[in-house]
Design a protein around this ligand. Structure first.
Ligand code: SF4
Length: 259
């Protein structure tokens, strides 16, 4: 038996480490953890100066699965927004400037679902209007050659998580019925899930976006195409990542145009 090739082993180790680092970046990790992960806690809102929700929301406000609105088969977006109201169903209401509901064509064939509003979105009340949003807009208008106003864009949670952290499970549970209401109202022919949290929610399991992107899935009978979040593309601005997203978006648009 021939001895292992140390150079090949080194190349494989580097490739594995690079893949892991990309997954970390995709998950929003800014640095490599050196200790075992601790239970997640709401982080202070250092960048806004607003008071932080230190304790879980009072009973009855965290996760309203039992009280989730029952939408008619085809609600209107106005009905869904009206039912949402000045929502305090989860702790994210404490730090928001305003609810960021959704943007675009109420009868869009193509719908984009992201994770949650960032700083710019929270300030302006429009989803995907910061740097990542500008990239998404360029991909839609420059790449797909359709006006952004022709698609519908929203997020899993409608209020900005502190420091743009990933929404907690109870926050996702509380807000999810309204995403479902938006999907039922718009009835898109295809959904593009932007990034891991949106994809994991719509697929009903924790996924690695790099493994599921580019393949068709389904949510409530609607085709779902997972792809990288534009914020990830900004961090990992490689030709290959841009090519993959472009490929996914083209496939999604083509799906909406199938007879
Ligand atoms: S994130 Fe959703 S459920 Fe939570 S307060 Fe905002 S609108 Fe309500």
């Amino acid at each position: 038996m021939s001895a292992a090739d140390p150079r090949r082993e080194a190349r494989e180790l580097v490739a594995a480490a690079r893949a892991w680092l990309e997954e970390c970046a995709e998950d929003g990790l800014e640095s490599i953890p050196t200790t075992a992960p601790q239970p997640a806690e709401p982080a202070p809102v250092a960048d806004t100066g607003r008071e932080v929700l230190e304790t879980p929301p009072p009973p009855g406000q965290a996760g309203l699965l039992d009280e989730a609105p029952a939408w008619p088969a085809t609600p209107t977006l106005e009905e869904v927004r009206g039912t949402l109201g000045e929502c305090t169903r989860c702790g994210l209401c404490q730090g928001r400037t305003q609810i960021v509901f959704g943007d675009g064509n109420p009868e869009a064939d193509l719908m984009f679902v992201g994770e949650g509003p960032g700083e710019q979105e929270d300030r302006r009340g429009i989803p995907f209007c910061g740097r990542a949003g500008e990239l998404l807009t360029r991909m839609i208008e420059g790449g797909l050659e359709i006006p952004r106003s022709q698609v519908y864009i929203c997020n899993i949670v409608k209020c900005r998580p502190p420091r743009n952290r990933t929404p907690l499970p109870d926050e996702v549970s509380a807000c999810r019925p309204f995403l479902d209401g938006q999907i039922a109202a718009v009835r898109p022919r295809a959904i593009v899930a932007l990034g891991k949290p949106a994809t994991s929610l719509l697929l009903g399991r924790d996924v690695a976006i790099s493994r599921v992107r580019g393949q068709w899935h389904e949510y409530r009978g609607i085709p779902v195409m997972p792809t990288f979040h534009p914020a990830f593309i900004l961090r990992q601005y490689t030709q290959e990542n841009r090519r993959l997203v472009w490929q996914d978006l083209k496939a999604a648009l083509a799906r909406t145009r199938e007879g």
